[in-house]
Ligand binder design. Structure first.
Ligand SMILES: CC(C)(COP(=O)(O)OP(=O)(O)OC[C@H]1O[C@@H](n2cnc3c(N)ncnc32)[C@H](O)[C@@H]1OP(=O)(O)O)[C@@H](O)C(=O)NCCC(=O)NCCS
Length: 249
């Protein structure tokens, strides 16, 4: 029990620059208290003592303003920062090292029994006031923007913002793929998961050069048609965007 508490305190010290000491975290962090109480409630829930489990969870709610249903499964190193107004439903699952800010709801959209609340995979961050509603998964390392309303699956590492939430990284990738398709090659395939900023910048420059080449060709053709001759120097070495993209990746 104390080992787990120490681990939770260390996680908070790592993730909250405002936390100054273990003593401060132990005495002044409602998220820590809520999880401590939840573990007791969850124990009784697992053993079928539903009323007692629910009562303990309510005590936790009175003390911390964080409502965690005793049935919710919560992993290690989870940090509920500030915490006021957080509501976590019965069939919600929270993976290790997730961070949840105040006002977050992990809720359901159906009155049917069974799995109806979301699953957060490892390392997910849910911004203040976000509502994550339904029995889908927010995959590893994804981030939910503050005040977003998320009603569908979020891919690993993606960022979801707005109401209803849109996946900003995936949309960027889609635009890029469309542009690549128009240009006749697919840089997308090699950059989809790249997170090296230098590589992303170089891919961007190569794409841009290809677009400009194509536009110049069209302008020269139009000028030719209009009877204006442009001294078009033949280029020995063809600009091979696909090859360059492979080199950069
Ligand atoms: C969503 C979030 C993780 C994105 O962070 P980021 O990767 O640094 O992204 P950026 O700030 O570069 O924003 C990317 C785009 O999303 C938009 N955006 C960011 N957060 C948003 C939000 N919560 N709602 C709607 N749009 C948002 C930005 O305006 C930007 O749009 P643009 O590309 O049109 O300019 C972050 O903004 C967030 O909401 N974090 C939660 C923090 C929190 O709750 N803190 C509470 C502390 S008490």
């Amino acid at each position: 029990m104390f080992q787990r508490l120490r681990e939770d305190i260390d996680c908070i010290l790592e993730r909250d620059p405002a936390a100054k000491s273990r003593w401060e975290v132990l005495t002044c962090y409602p998220g820590l208290h809520a999880l401590f109480i939840h573990r007791r409630a969850h124990f009784f829930y697992r053993h079928g003592w539903y009323w007692l489990a629910r009562f303990i969870s309510q005590l936790g709610r009175w003390l911390t303003q964080i409502e965690i249903h005793p049935g919710a499964k919560i992993g290690r190193g989870v940090f509920i920062d500030h915490g006021a107004g957080v509501v976590i439903g019965e069939t919600a699952e929270i993976g290790d090292y997730c961070t949840i800010y105040q006002g977050v709801t992990l809720g359901g959209t159906s009155l049917n029994g069974g799995k109806r609340h979301p699953t957060l995979a490892e390392g997910v961050v849910v911004g203040a006031g976000a509502k994550v509603l339904g029995p889908f998964t927010v995959h590893k390392g994804a981030r939910i923007g503050s005040n977003a309303v998320v009603t569908r699956e979020v891919p690993a590492g993606a960022t979801a913002v707005g109401i209803p939430a849109r996946i900003i990284q995936a949309e960027d990738a889609k635009l890029r793929e469309e542009q690549a398709a128009r240009m006749g090659f697919s840089a997308y395939a090699v950059t989809q998961t790249a997170d090296d900023p230098l590589s992303i910048a170089l891919h961007g420059l190569i794409d841009h050069a290809v677009t400009q080449d194509q536009q110049l060709e069209k302008i020269i053709a139009a000028l030719d048609k209009a009877g204006i001759c442009v001294d078009n120097q033949p280029c020995d070495e063809n600009f091979n965007a696909q090859q360059l993209n492979k080199l950069v990746d």
